[in-house]
Design a protein around this ligand. Structure first.
Ligand code: SF4
Length: 331
């Protein structure tokens, strides 16, 4: 019998349609990991509140859309557990208990804390919940006793904090939690169609839900090497957005395109047509799966319900271990 290599936990906030940057940054990797690991993928709706507690009207729809994106991308509910954070109340209980044991200085020195306070100046996030969200994150991971967490390099300090929270708990009480290790995700980086970072706030994204025609239209709008006026002008692929996309969607022809562009032997219109073909070919199965999902109005609810049941069993068992270790299982 095939034995999976361990337990993985990862989540995303329900903040709207995923774009290709999100797909290549994490989701593509999740789809591979579900075959080899016992995976728990959760919609982090409580985390969405840490920076967006004032307007909760979109969360419900965003949860649905996020899971549609996941299934379209290839997550298979028969291979992994897909669940909703707020449905498993045990996360909140463990968060509370970790809040008791985590020194304030650990949270205050967390690098993203000050960064985000500066970046999100238009929101009032000088709240207890925002400061304490690494404790909630630690609860999310440790409640499944996850041995591995897929992360980008920028998230390593957060995972280290989770490991410290686990270590401190184990030291004060008894060995309940493993110290999860990082599975470093080598994210393929895609710029937005205007060449800046791909971001909804710049309105320069290609959404995972875009139709093939949308993709073709957006490729036409991509910025290229501004120094290239005529077809036979030598180009600089390094500064061209289209070329960055070729590197991801058309690896086999990258060297040839680079040479032709530098030698002025290919026009940008033809180069874009080639890219649009490769992209629509790659994205077609994702688009098709989405059409199938959309035909079944209750499917997403059923998937989350089943994932919740599995997740809850594990979380409840862990909380029994935690209460016993802390000697607070008196009732
Ligand atoms: S030929 Fe292709 S790689 Fe070169 S500048 Fe035009 S679109 Fe970019």
């Amino acid at each position: 019998m095939f034995v999976k290599k361990g337990t993985i936990l990862s989540g995303m906030r329900p903040t709207g349609a995923l774009h290709l940057g999100n797909y290549f940054g994490a989701l593509e990797n999740w789809v591979k990991l579900q075959n080899d690991y016992d995976c728990y993928f959760f919609v982090a709706d409580w985390h969405a509140l840490t920076t967006g507690y004032e307007d909760t009207t979109q969360i419900k729809n965003n949860i649905n859309d996020l899971v549609i994106d996941w299934i379209s991308a290839g997550l298979d509910p028969d291979k992994c557990n897909i669940f909703l954070q707020s449905s498993i109340r045990e996360h909140a209980e463990l968060h509370l208990l970790f809040s008791m044991t985590t020194p304030l200085s650990w949270l205050l020195r967390c690098p993203t804390y000050k960064d985000q306070l500066n970046q999100l100046k238009d929101k009032n996030i000088t709240t207890y919940g925002f400061l304490g969200y690494p404790c909630l994150q630690a609860s999310d991971i440790l409640i499944y006793k996850a041995g591995f967490v897929p992360v980008g390099e920028d998230q390593l300090p957060h995972l280290e904090l989770t490991r410290e929270i686990a270590r401190r708990f184990n030291h004060i009480f008894s060995e309940v939690f493993p110290e999860p290790e990082a599975i470093l995700t080598k994210a393929k980086v895609l710029p937005g169609i205007d060449g800046r970072k791909m971001s909804k706030s710049y309105d320069n994204t290609i959404a995972l839900s875009d139709s093939p025609q949308d993709v073709i239209n957006k490729v036409k709008l991509m910025v290229t090497d501004p120094a290239r006026i005529r077809k036979d002008d030598p180009g600089h692929p390094d500064v061209c957005t289209v070329f960055s996309f070729h590197k991801v969607f058309n690896e086999g022809e990258v060297a040839e395109i680079e040479e032709m562009c530098k030698g002025g032997k290919i026009g940008c219109v033809q180069c874009k047509k080639n890219l649009a073909n490769k992209m629509t070919e790659y994205l077609e199965p994702i688009y098709e799966r989405r059409q199938e999902v959309l035909k079944k109005p209750d499917l997403i609810k059923e998937i989350i319900h089943k994932g919740n049941e599995n997740a809850r069993k594990v979380a409840q068992k862990t909380m029994e271990d935690v209460r016993r270790a802390m000697k607070i299982d008196y009732m």
